[in-house]
Design a protein around this ligand. Structure first.
Ligand code: NG1
Ligand code: ZN
Length: 543
């Protein structure tokens, strides 16, 4: 393969503009949008080689998710909707950090190491979020793909989960669904309607929600879904794009600030569904009679799903293993509830979807969620086949109905990745099946008060961790300080880790009361500042 065009286009049109080393992290490359043109161009090159390597379509998603509108990012999607394989994260990092004239050598090395047959045509699917910079950055990816003569299908402005879905559908020959945006809507909404055939208002459940679109792509997609669900759900839409993306609204805002999103009417007991900037995370909220804010996050959704699936497994009599995977950010009360009350095994993985996904693979039915609302359910081959067979076996009597519901759950859920809209539809399904209001859902267990803080340090890489990030290894002594602080708070728990998507260290704390939690988080944040090279001002006590 001749890489001279790749080098000349790089030099002439997409020269490297950033000297600092950047790394392909948990969410691909993320940075200020104006620093990303050359990165996007090179990811167009890399996606092309990955496509040749896997002899399959590779996805490219341009988004910075929940981050501010001025940021952007890029991640590649592997053939079955998985995150890019670890070895290729290293190639991505090498390629992006090479000098312009060094690109050819990196590409040649990848071809050689992976024994890539370069005589074929690469094929790439691209999608982007609503950020103003995303259009320009898409052109840069296209230029990279073009330099290696790749065929490209541009899906325009779509959520991250749509790209995972269409890539999977294309590569498995349409078994998972039709590889189009419409195919995605169709598959989910049809299964949803089947599961709710018994009417819309049941017990305390009402089919009315507020939808907080974070001023992003989720709002555009929900407008389509709302049309298909007319008569089944009443969806009132807010933050649909007039305001700034993720600003004082959306899933990350409500989760981190623990506040009702801007512009959404403050109606008592109404369910509000907030999604993030690329619609792969979802958080539910409501206001009680005293207008106090309540949030139901990824932990709550995971427990709701696990309880429902457990029940369907009992009804259907199927002998399939069910497990749940969380990260260290999961509320301690949720872990206890799942383990002790539901009796479902719980695993803890490192932050980042690929880690939780990986651990969930050990079960026939693996539910995984990050507390921030990113998660899904995955089914093993055995699980999938057993459920489908039982769903079609009339001799099973009542058991068949349970299996058929499980089969519909498989169709609503986007197994390829966490998906705000599909997750919302399954939450609505379970609440409907149980006849629950959002308050009923909240009553299942009581969250421990928790707090997240950010600390700026000169080099966040000085913090290293182990045990699914719950224990800090370096700088030496920091963990001892944390242990000491935690031990003086009843139900105290705290950990620190460097963010994979922002240049900060994250602090998490839990304790028996909010006041104590805030105090503990603050003390741990100050310890990080002092022992890990804090910059700027000492962290302030949250209020
Ligand atoms: P970092 O910045 O590494 O904490 C954040 C989220 C992750 C994941 C990624 C990808 C938290 C605490 N962290 O990662 O869970 O969603 O972004 O978007 O929410
Ligand atoms: Zn996201």
């Amino acid at each position: 393969m001749d890489f001279s065009k790749a080098v000349s286009v790089a030099k002439d049109e997409y020269p490297k503009t950033v000297e600092k080393t950047i790394k392909y992290g948990t969410a691909g490359f993320r940075s200020k949008a104006e620093e990303l043109d050359f990165v996007m161009y090179r990811m167009g090159l890399l996606a092309s080689l990955r496509s040749l390597n896997k002899k399959a379509v590779i996805g490219v998603v341009i988004t910075a998710s929940h981050n501010p509108e001025c940021d952007n990012g890029v991640k590649l999607v592997d053939p079955m909707g998985e995150m890019l394989a670890q070895e290729w994260e290293v190639y991505a990092t090498d390629l992006v950090n090479a000098k312009d004239e060094g690109i050819a050598d990196v590409l040649k090395n990848i071809v050689k190491e992976c024994k890539i047959d370069t005589s074929k045509e690469p094929f790439i699917f691209i999608g982007r979020d609503t950020r103003p910079s995303s259009d320009r950055l898409r052109d840069a990816v296209l230029a990279g793909a073009n330099a290696l003569n790749a065929k490209v299908k541009d899906f325009g402005i779509v959520s991250t989960p749509v790209i995972h879905f269409v890539v999977t559908c294309h590569n498995d020959g349409g078994k998972y669904g039709e590889p189009t945006e419409d195919g995605y809507y169709k598959k989910m909404t049809q299964a949803f309607k089947k599961l709710r055939s018994s009417g819309t208002t049941v017990g305390n459940y009402k089919p009315d929600i507020y939808f907080d679109g974070a001023n992003g792509v989720g709002a555009l997609m929900m407008a389509e879904i709302a049309k298909l669900l007319e008569g089944d759900m009443n969806i009132e839409m807010y933050n649909t794009g007039d305001g700034v993306l993720n600003h004082e609204c959306g899933a990350d805002f409500v989760k981190v600030q623990q506040r009702w999103p801007n512009n959404v009417p403050k109606t008592v007991s109404k369910r509000c569904v907030s999604v993030d900037g690329d619609a792969d995370r979802v958080i539910y909220s409501y206001l009680d009679e005293d207008k106090r804010y309540h949030m139901l996050d990824g932990d709550r959704i995971a427990t709701l799903y696990a309880g429902y699936i457990q029940e369907l497994l009992t009804v259907s009599g199927l002998d399939l293993s069910l497990g749940l995977v969380q990260t260290a950010y999961a509320n301690g009360a949720s872990t206890e509830y799942i383990n002790k009350k539901l009796g479902v095994p719980v695993g803890c993985a490192k932050t980042g979807v690929k880690h939780v996904h990986h651990l969930a693979l050990q079960y026939d039915i693996g539910v995984y969620f990050e507390a921030n609302g990113h998660g899904t359910i995955i089914f093993s081959k055995k699980g999938r086949e057993t459920i489908r067979a039982a769903a079609n076996d009339a001799s099973l009597g009542a058991k068949q109905a349970g299996a058929a519901r499980l089969a519909d759950v498989m169709d609503i859920i986007n197994e390829t990745v966490g998906d705000a809209i599909s997750d919302m539809l399954l939450v609505e399904t379970v609440l409907h099946a149980r006849g629950w209001s959002i308050e009923d859902w909240k009553k299942t267990y009581t969250d421990l008060p928790n707090r997240q803080m950010k600390v700026s340090v000169a080099d966040r890489a000085v913090i290293t961790t182990t045990d699914a990030e719950r224990v800090c290894v370096t700088p030496e002594g920091l963990q001892e300080t944390i242990n000491k602080l935690v031990s003086s708070y009843p139900k105290g728990r705290a950990f620190v880790r460097p963010s994979g998507t922002e240049d900060i260290v994250r602090v998490y704390a839990e304790a028996a009361t909010q006041k104590e939690t805030d105090e503990l988080a603050h003390k741990v944040a100050c310890a990080v500042f002092e022992q890990a090279g804090g910059v700027g001002q000492l962290p302030k006590l949250p209020h």
